[in-house]
Design a protein around this ligand. Structure first.
Ligand code: F6P
Length: 341
């Protein structure tokens, strides 16, 4: 049997741990050949292949990024894209694919399975916004990086008695903002799920200044002011129709400086959150996902995604896994609100 594996969408720490687990169990447990496809769905579309043996996955467990490369290629928006995948898969005798990705990559995995190309999905995204799994790997690492940044920013903010706005990733879901904000003791946390009132944020910030402390405001890149719109870096859209967000942190810092008369600074953490070595938690979760994806292939259970429910790895249909996003519920946000101001 020959299996193809690919990583699609934004990279995230732990991808190499999945690849390693697939290769180790595929080869040593089942005697399969494993072909890596480079650059997400572009790999099987254009025949970009990297054979994966045991040597290729030595020493990659702790490495960030993905040895296969990634892209946001959508074969369904490329003329003849799916037929090209079909041809490459047939030419190389690939029996099934394991696709590691977020909502977009797994949405393609679902459609390909429906179109007769068997795929098993593995969920990844630092955003932790896939509904069918309790956690995605990459999230824990991103939260650690953001929390460490908040801890560091707090000491310089206190020295200068400034407001510090920390912009973190999170397009539609504020999980990174919520968890890093809670862990870092932020005085305001703003998430895409709850449009914010600039007057209320100003009040919380002022209250903090009045107590002679420097306020830390954590804002997700997709957060929007009441009646406002997302702040965009460019108007361009990727192959899945997503715009590039970024800029709400700078906007907020300027508004707060004007409204409070105090100095404010913004720090955009950006791709730092996605780089570098995965935490132990993410390495373990990614490894378990890889092992269970191999089991699904071995059982011929295609069109599924492996998922974490509690402490167990289960499987859900890709259709269900990609049907909706997991956003921050009101009750979780209200827990954090206790610490605002
Ligand atoms: O989907 C993961 C993510 O990191 C989002 O949080 C962010 O909006 C987006 O990717 C950034 O994408 P890119 O790396 O293409 O700029």
């Amino acid at each position: 049997m020959r299996i193809g594996v690919l990583t699609g969408g934004g990279d995230c720490p732990g991808l190499n741990a999945v690849i390693r687990a697939v290769v180790r169990k595929g080869i040593e447990g089942h005697g399969w050949d494993i072909l890596g496809f480079r650059a997400g769905w572009q790999g099987p579309m254009d025949g970009l292949i990297k054979p994966l043996g045991l040597d290729e996955v030595e020493d990659i467990l702790a490495r960030g990024g993905t040895i296969l490369g990634s892209s946001r290629t959508n074969p369904y928006s490329v003329e003849g894209g799916v037929d090209r995948i079909r041809a490459v898969v047939a030419e190389h005798g690939v029996d099934a694919l394991i696709a590691v990705g977020g909502e977009d990559t797994l949405g393609v995995a679902k459609r390909l399975t429906d179109d007769g190309i068997p795929v098993v999905g593995v969920p990844k995204t630092i955003d932790n916004d896939l509904a069918a799994t309790d956690y995605t790997f990459g999230f824990d690492t991103a939260v650690h990086i953001a929390t460490e940044a908040i801890d560091r920013l707090r000491t310089t903010a206190e020295s200068h008695h400034r407001a510090l706005v920390v912009e973190v990733m999170g397009r539609h879901a504020g999980w990174i903002a919520l968890h890093s904000g809670l862990a870092g003791g932020a005085n305001v946390i703003l998430v895409p799920e709850r449009p914010f009132s600039i007057e209320q944020v100003t009040e919380w910030v002022q209250r903090r200044f009045e107590r002679q402390f420097a306020p830390i405001i954590v804002v997700a890149e997709g957060a929007v002011p009441d009646g406002g719109a997302e702040v965009l870096q460019t108007g361009e859209r990727d192959a899945f129709g997503h715009v590039r967000l970024g800029g709400v942190g700078n906007w907020l810092a300027e508004e707060l400086a004007e409204r409070t008369g105090k100095e404010s600074r913004a720090v955009v953490l950006g791709h730092v959150q996605r780089g570098g070595t995965p935490t132990a938690y993410d390495r373990v979760l990614a490894t378990r996902f890889g092992l269970h994806a191999v089991d699904a292939v071995a059982e011929g259970d295609f069109g599924v995604m492996v998922a974490l429910r509690g402490t167990e790895i289960t499987r859900v249909r890709l259709a269900e896994a990609t049907a909706s996003l997991k956003t921050v519920p009101l009750e979780r946000y209200q827990e954090a609100e206790v610490f605002f101001g």
